[in-house]
Write a protein that binds this ligand. Structure first.
Ligand code: CO
Length: 160
């Protein structure tokens, strides 16, 4: 595994629409491994292909419950609403309040091409929406309704 360079806001690669993955090979496995390591190194909960310069429909998520990999994902259902803070490894130091669905159902393939369906709720639902947006060239800022205060971000007093 290797830590890859994270593409930052301002790079046009983040505004492009990604193509589907067609080959479920070792290269895809290596990409997903690298993306996971890069995400963990950056203290993120999700990372999408374009953020490491790969315009393919892949993202990884770990909200603390373990590693999830999504290849060619499709959000097929959303329900409810949640308002909360959001940031992005491609926009360091910037946080905002967004409104996202509380529940999402996503269909995707794993690294071997097997299809699965996941029902996500809360933070996981938010992460799936955020990462899926990256695959269509959309950054979280397009969903921001206002800036997040330090209290909303849960930052301890000493580092405010
Ligand atoms: Co992001």
């Amino acid at each position: 595994m290797a830590i890859r360079n994270i593409v930052k806001e301002g790079d046009p690669i983040l505004n492009k629409v990604c193509r589907p993955v067609e080959k479920f090979d070792e290269k895809l496995g290596a990409l997903l491994d690298d993306m996971y390591e890069t995400m963990k190194d950056g203290d993120g909960v999700g990372l999408a292909g374009p953020q490491v310069g790969i315009l393919r429909r892949v993202f990884v998520i770990d909200i603390g419950d373990g590693r999830l990999e999504f290849v060619n994902p499709k959000i097929i259902k959303t329900k409810g609403e949640q308002e909360g803070s959001e940031g992005c490894l491609s926009c360091p130091g910037e946080f905002g309040i967004t409104i996202r669905p509380m529940f999402v159902t996503v269909e995707a393939q794993n690294r071997y091409g097997d299809q699965f369906t996941l029902n996500a709720e809360g933070l996981l639902a938010k992460a799936v929406c955020h990462e899926n947006d990256h695959l269509d060239g959309i950054l979280f800022k397009q969903h921001v309704i206002r800036k997040a205060t330090p209290e909303e971000l849960g930052i301890p007093d000493k580092v405010k």
